[in-house]
Design a protein around this ligand. Structure first.
Ligand code: NAD
Length: 433
């Protein structure tokens, strides 16, 4: 039997996927309403393919959820999947949920069972937690690399499995759990606890750097008259660079990249290695600057005065195929523009409810036609497929002024220009109809 502690985006996915692999799984969360919904086989958030997997495995009796840690007493392995958010007002991660969940598991876990951390934590956390455990329990770290929007695929067919272990026994137990994935050829990387923790934050730092790199190039293109979309395509053909994550726009957000690079910097400070990660400070500023640059474009087009201007925002989630609005660049821009007095209306195919919960003062539209109606400028901020399918000719008949800012460089520019729109994008010179 496997225990999964914390059943949010990571834990619910991991629990359902482990049940799909044939294990008997118990998920524990302190959030009663989440547990109630999951117990009924209903996913309390949006993630493609996960609802079917959850419902199927709950119905088959292999997967159940509870708020009672005692129900983990028979588990052979306990996956720790709780949140590690940024501490308010600081760069460092808040480890209180990890510490509380490890203590709760340690109090009931049967001797010989293995605790396996999956949450993203600062290097050294696992060593410290390990020292706090009774001698009959052992801790391993197995960082998670899933992408929201592809969480099921990434869990059942990951591009690698990384485990930080303190004994051959722990590694063998983990190999047993993941044996079907290993048989399918998924690379297996065994490391010490510290390296395993570092792999995760290093990977996220690299990805953040790649995004901010192309956004810095977008700034240079804006200053010099170049076109960052052509530049990205051209450098991406070099296999050492690659074309993924090279789409200039309003940058990264979500519950991982921003807080992970900040926590990594905070940990480097503690380790006396501040300089090694100084570049991440710049990566963070480039990222936040991209949001400001979109707002400057809006101000320029609306002659500075935003007061009472009707602005349509396409997208609230931090990325498409997710309803996650944590540190969403789209919502941040919408909120800032509204704070400047504009009449902002936001649309998103899946994230309206989470967005409304976070920012109740924003206005939301339930259809694309409704959000476009009478808009004086349209901002495309989350690259959902349905927005690429908008007919610009019809859209033009709904708005009051046909100006669009493509904050993701994802729309078919020529199609919008041919339909008579003024088209703006970061790193691309203005194109007029
Ligand atoms: P989340 O907020 O969606 O889920 C965390 C869950 O933990 C919540 O349901 C919360 O109620 C529960 N929880 C908190 N304290 C608890 C406790 N003491 N006992 C039991 N449950 C408790 O967060 P998430 O996005 O799933 O992220 C979890 C961790 O996984 C983070 O460290 C994150 O960085 C990492 N991670 C997330 C992703 C992702 O795409 N979301 C990918 C890789 C790694």
């Amino acid at each position: 039997m496997l225990g999964v502690i914390g059943t949010g985006y990571l834990g619910a996915t991991h629990a359902a996927c482990m049940a799909e692999l044939g294990f008997d799984v118990v998920g524990v969360d302190t959030d009663e309403s989440k547990v109630r919904s999951l117990s009924q086989g209903e996913l309390p958030f949006y993630e493609p393919d996960l609802p079917e997997l959850l419902a199927k495995n709950v119905a088959a009796g292999r997967l159940r959820f509870t708020t009672d840690f005692n129900e983990l007493a028979n588990a052979d392995m306990h996956f720790i999947c709780v949140g590690t958010p940024q501490q308010p007002g600081k760069n460092a991660a808040d480890l209180s949920y990890v510490k509380a969940s490890v203590a709760a598991v340690a109090a009931i876990a049967k001797p010989g069972s293995l605790l396996v951390g999956k949450s993203t934590v600062p290097v050294g956390t696992a060593d410290a937690l390990s020292a706090s455990l009774p001698s009959h329990l052992e801790l391993a770290w197995n960082p998670e690399f899933l992408r929201e929007g592809f969480a099921v695929e990434d869990t059942l067919r990951p591009n690698r499995l990384v485990v930080g272990v303190q004994s051959d026994r722990a590694e063998n137990l983990l190999k047993e759990v993941y044996q079907s994935l290993i048989k399918d050829g998924v690379p297996w990387i065994s490391a010490d606890l510290r390296t395993a923790e570092l792999v995760k934050v290093a990977a996220n730092s690299f990805l953040a750097t790649k995004i901010s790199f192309i956004n810095a190039m977008a700034e240079i293109c804006d200053a010099s008259g170049g076109d960052v979309t052509v530049l990205a395509k051209a450098i991406g053909y070099d296999p050492r660079i690659g074309n993924r994550f090279l789409q200039a726009g309003i940058g990264f957000g979500g519950g991982c990249l921003p807080k992970d690079i900040r926590a990594f910097m905070a940990r480097a400070d503690e380790l006396g290695a501040t300089q090694a990660l100084e570049f991440l400070r710049e990566i963070d500023s480039i990222n936040l600057r991209a949001r400001k640059r979109v707002i400057e474009l809006v101000r320029r087009d609306l002659s500075e005065a935003l007061k009472s201007k009707r602005i349509a925002v396409l997208g609230a989630a931090f990325k498409p195929d997710s309803d996650d609005v944590r540190d969403s660049p789209a919502l941040d821009i919408a909120v800032q523009i509204q704070a400047a007095g504009a009449d902002v209306v936001v649309h998103d195919p899946k994230a309206i409810e989470p967005a409304r919960k976070r920012f109740p003062a924003l206005n939301f539209a339930s259809s694309i036609d409704e959000v476009l109606k009478d808009a004086e400028i349209v901002l495309h901020l989350t690259e959902w497929k349905i927005y690429r399918e908008i007919d610009p000719v019809k859209a033009k008949s709904l708005v009051s002024k046909a100006i669009i800012i493509d904050g993701r460089n994802a729309l078919d520019r020529n199609k919008w220009i041919d339909a008579g729109w003024q088209f703006r994008a970061l790193g691309v010179s203005d194109k007029e109809a």
